[in-house]
Design a protein around this ligand. Structure first.
Ligand SMILES: NC(=O)c1ccc[n+]([C@@H]2O[C@H](COP(=O)([O-])OP(=O)(O)OC[C@H]3O[C@@H](n4cnc5c(N)ncnc54)[C@H](O)[C@@H]3O)[C@@H](O)[C@H]2O)c1
Length: 255
């Protein structure tokens, strides 16, 4: 058997696919031959993302919805199947980030982040697995967590985000074990600091140079550097890998 990193004739559902890491992974999937459904909120940059996929010779459709709304996830997965065939790959990259000192954080700020970053990932996995299992298909799901699920970022007061990302790592392990015998692999990919729109938020802009100095590689990541690790976990080259958290952090957590 030869090692196969390719995704030819595979169909992938990517949440948060219109921006940043989700978009870069969608492009990476297309480069390896997969067709992509770009799931994101109404008003997201669908056209730019679809154009980026087309530019590498791939096919994509825009799927509007919200990861906190199971009905919109189910409808989008059905639309993707009508367009390209049933999805056997999924990447859950939709997420938000913000900050506030823990002693001042409102319940609303806490709950909104958990609703999107934790419940949204669970609902996405549930919708994806229901589709795969009901069709008798095997599959691979990659949830985008963060190194913030392992470390606490110096100078950033984001107890809700850090704990939510730790939850995504352990949620992924739990689902991996539940679905292992039925052929669905579930892993998380934990990026380090990455140059995406998320990091233009006010509390981040001045800190990015300082953050780069905290990384052994002395730089933050470009979004496309998350595509390789995600494609690996999605591909048959990772056929015996489930329940892991793959850190792509320039060595940050080793320091
Ligand atoms: N940028 C980083 O440094 C970094 C580091 C580690 C982990 N991450 C994680 O990577 C993922 C992608 O982040 P990014 O940096 O590409 O940010 P981004 O803001 O560029 O992309 C996030 C996307 O998620 C979408 N989204 C947000 N809420 C949604 C919802 N309720 N329903 C559907 N879509 C929704 C947004 O519209 C956006 O297109 C996030 O889970 C983030 O926590 C980012």
């Amino acid at each position: 058997m030869s090692v196969d990193f390719g995704l030819r004739d595979r169909v992938a559902f990517v949440t948060g696919g219109a921006s940043g890491i989700g978009r870069a992974i969608a492009v990476g999937i297309a480069e390896q031959g997969g067709a992509v459904g770009l799931f994101d909120r109404p008003g997201a940059a669908f056209e730019e993302a679809a154009a980026a996929v087309s530019a590498v010779g791939g096919q994509a459709i825009a799927l509007e919805g919200d990861v906190t709304d199971k009905g919109s996830l189910d409808a989008a997965i059905a639309r993707l199947e009508d367009a390209f065939g049933p999805a056997t790959l999924a990447v859950n990259a939709a997420g938000i980030a913000n900050a506030a000192p823990a002693e001042e954080m409102s319940l609303d700020q806490w709950s909104t982040l958990y609703e999107i970053d934790v419940t949204g990932v669970f609902l996405s996995c549930q919708a994806e697995a229901q589709s795969m299992l009901s069709g008798g298909r095997t599959g691979s799901i990659v949830n985008i967590a963060s190194m913030s699920g392992t470390i606490v970022n110096r100078g950033l007061t984001q107890a809700h985000y850090n704990s939510a990302k730790a939850a995504v790592v352990h949620l992924s392990r739990s689902l991996a074990v539940e679905w292992a015998e039925r052929g669905i692999r579930v892993n998380s990919l934990s990026p380090g600091y990455t140059a995406t729109p998320m990091n233009t938020r006010p509390e981040m802009v001045d800190r990015m140079r300082m953050f780069a100095e905290q990384v052994p590689m002395q730089r933050i990541a470009e979004p496309h550097e998350m595509a390789g690790p995600a494609v690996f976990l999605l591909s048959d080259a990772a056929s015996y890998i489930t329940g892991i958290d793959l850190l792509a952090d320039g060595g940050h957590c080793a320091w």
